[in-house]
Design a protein around this ligand. Sequence first.
Ligand SMILES: [Zn+2]
Length: 209
Amino acid sequence: MNIDIIPVTAFQQNCSIIWNDEKQAAIIDPGGDAPKLIKRIEELDLNLQAILLTHGHLDHVGAATKLKEHFGVEIIGPNSLDKYWFDALPQQSRQFGLFEVEAFEPDRWLDTESEILKIAGFEFEILHLPGHTPGHIGFIEHQQKIAFTGDVLFKQGIGRTDFPGGSYDDLIQSIKQKMYQLPDDILVLAGHGLHTTIGYEKENNPFVK
Ligand SMILES: [Zn+2]
């Protein structure tokens, strides 16, 4: 898997463009800066196949509609329990003082636990990881040993749970019961900050005991 991580918006959210050797590609959590992302995908001469979203927060979804219009591909995920965040995108825009984003809905919600999503030659296991938001999901590529898990687990940190619909107990359960059951050598690409591994967090994360 080839990966290009591009921080977007004032929140420096890690948007990932991934592709295989045939240049089949997907983009995960395009939170903003659509022109920059479009330029990068075209520079790399990639064949974009889907837009994948981990959860409905503005800094993860803000450029999704523009990319969909430009490339003519579907927006897939998260779990439909995050619908209220998509409905509230205009309010999120005002609240965070970012660019105005209209409400939209993904073309496909991912509500089936452990469903396998085949995109761009990769196979992602979908894990429901509620807590930061109720409909937060993770995209786990077991063969490539890589997990795109948004704002659930950070390097020596965890996602915020003080937004409407957040739950600290759910977040800790998502990490312990699901993420920490993954192999130690799975690389975790988080929505903000540095990447980490499951094994490193089990040893060093001060928030999950
Ligand atoms: Zn978030």
